[in-house]
Design a protein around this ligand. Structure first.
Ligand code: 8YV
Length: 331
């Protein structure tokens, strides 16, 4: 097929080389070689020309942007599982199909969640800084120094028992944590038994009893500030909170205030409410381990995500329903 006849696929960020190479073989792929996030105006230009847009979490595909889309734009194949960056209702009304990349980043994100569940109570980041910072001095081992808290035997409350929540539960059980969860719907009896998980219909009641809380639900209008100022205050002052889902699920300012005031034991945060901006109180605290949205950041995971994007585009262009089609009702 001559290049000009191939569908124009605009990819907003740099993707792994193998993914970009395959995209160029299959489509008239317009890549972002410099990996500079596209401005709203650049995205506006993209939706006017693209047959398929491949955005990421850093692109806000909102109503005003979609209103600029040309009639040729029929598919938004998101490079990512979360689709809170896309106005799904407007896309539906405009007849634009949206797909995502579920499943392939489950295990990597669960690993990162587990890493934070360990890192915060055991003070891993503090220990590393202590050795590497030339202004600090390690006087040698002491029996009462750098003491953290054990996680074995403690209660982990998982908010959102989907794929990632369940993968976290499997890991956490192996570390001796007791699994509790809150979810829109109770999971099957088999899954509950396998994970030895206790269901809490009331999030408030669960929060008040947990030692560690892990946020693993998507960000939707219903979960925005699910951990509101009121709910955060229900946590025990000895509790830790971990978030590898979306910053918007937690009232970040209130969390930062509570960390500063010592009203919560610590937090492990991979995501933030206004990325890349982060409340400075969180960064200033020794009791916060902060990561720059790295939950799915493995080369294997990113290649798998790219393959999913390609399969979704290819299936759609071949006239079929793409496998990872997202419907507004799913969220
Ligand atoms: C991705 C994520 O890195 O897939 C998701 O929802 O949060 C991340 O793991 C990012 O969203 C890619 O767009």
């Amino acid at each position: 097929m001559p290049t000009s006849k191939r569908p124009i696929v605009i990819v907003t960020r740099k993707l792994p080389e193998a993914v970009e190479t395959r995209m160029c073989e299959l489509f008239d792929a317009r890549l972002n070689v410099g990996d500079n996030p596209m401005s709203h105006a650049e995205l506006g230009q993209a939706v006017k020309t693209a047959d398929v847009l491949v955005p990421t979490v850093t692109d806000r595909i909102d109503r005003s942007l979609l209103s600029q889309a040309g009639p040729q734009l029929k598919l938004i194949a998101n490079f990512g599982t979360g689709v809170d960056n896309i106005d799904l209702d407007t896309a539906r009304v405009r007849g634009i199909i949206v797909t995502n990349t579920p499943g392939v980043l489950t295990e990597d994100t669960a690993d990162m969640t587990m890493a934070l569940i360990l890192a915060v109570p055991r003070r891993l980041a503090e220990g590393t800084v202590l050795l590497k910072d030339p202004r600090k001095h390690w006087p040698g081992w002491s029996p009462t120094w750098m003491l953290g808290h054990r996680i074995w035997g403690k209660r982990l409350g998982i908010i959102g028992m989907g794929r990632i929540g369940q993968a976290v539960a499997r890991r956490a059980r192996a570390f001796g944590l007791q699994i509790h969860y809150h979810n829109r719907r109770r999971v099957s009896e088999d899954t509950e038994q396998e994970l030895e998980a206790t269901y809490w219909e009331s999030l408030d009641q669960m929060l008040a009893r947990m030692d560690i809380v892990s946020v693993n639900c998507p960000h939707t209008p219903a979960t925005y500030h699910l951990l509101s100022a009121r709910r955060l205050k229900l946590l025990k002052p000895t509790a830790y909170i971990v978030n590898t889902a979306r910053g918007e699920v937690i009232d970040e300012n209130e969390l930062a205030r509570m960390v500063e005031a010592g009203q919560i034991a610590g937090a492990g945060l991979d995501v933030f409410e206004n990325e890349p901006a982060i409340n400075p109180k969180l960064l200033a605290s020794d009791r916060v381990v902060a990561l720059p949205h790295m939950g799915s950041a493995t080369i294997e995971g990113r290649i798998d995500m790219g393959e999913k994007v390609i399969i979704n585009i290819k299936t759609f262009l071949d006239g079929h329903n793409p496998p990872d089609r997202v419907h507004p009702a799913m969220f």
